[in-house]
Design a binder for this molecule. Structure first.
Ligand code: IMP
Ligand code: MG
Length: 181
């Protein structure tokens, strides 16, 4: 039977390393937001797995909300066009907002989203990203919490997709290039 794992050129970050780092990030956020009204905003769909595990490692009362924005579609390069597909359910005014994102690549998506949300008057706004591809940055984004710096390779798994597939892998893997070129 063919397995999703057969499509990986390599496993970049295994499940254990992911979970250990997310736990550490959650502990840091717990310390930093103690006594504050924390709202986690997950960016659908890529951030779902990370959002769930991160939220479970934060030991504070918090609320969750989600946004969906347009991403790459079936291509592996950013179009630079950011479209809001689903907006937040409630107001972020006077809330301490933490945007939870799977990966920062060019930074275009996040810099747009951060400006868009800042205009709604949150008490504070910070960015938490599991993965960072520093080599590909074209827009300036300050990442307040991040898990791993990764090389300029197209990765899938743990929420990240290629053409909507591979999100359910429990690790971050590099897709075999022949599968998308
Ligand atoms: P940016 O606007 O270029 O920073 O793109 C960020 C978005 O592109 C992320 O939220 C992902 O959805 C997607 N993305 C960037 N790099 C990868 C990758 O290696 N694999 C899968 N999706 C990616
Ligand atoms: Mg995304």
């Amino acid at each position: 039977m063919p397995s999703l794992a057969d499509d990986m050129a390599e496993i970049l970050i295994d499940e254990q390393a992911l979970q250990a780092t997310i736990k550490r990030m959650g502990e840091q956020i717990t310390r930093d937001y103690a006594g504050k009204e924390l709202l986690l905003i997950g960016v659908l769909k890529g951030a779902i797995m990370f959002m769930v595990d991160l939220a479970r490692s934060i030991n504070l009362p918090l609320t969750l909300d989600f946004m969906a924005i347009s991403s790459y579609g079936a291509s592996t390069v950013s179009s630079g066009v950011v479209r809001i597909l689903k907006d937040l359910d409630s107001s972020i005014e006077n809330k301490h907002v933490l945007i939870v994102e799977d990966i920062i690549d060019s930074g275009m998506t996040l810099s747009y989203l951060a400006d868009y949300l800042k205009a709604r008057g949150p008490a504070s706004l910070k960015i938490c990203a599991l993965l960072n591809k520093p080599d590909r940055r074209t827009s300036d984004v300050a990442i307040d919490y991040h898990g791993f710096d990764i090389p300029d390779k197209f990765v899938v798994g743990y929420g990240l997709d290629y053409a909507e597939v591979y999100r359910n892998l429990p690790y971050i893997g590099v897709l075999k290039p022949e599968l998308y070129s």
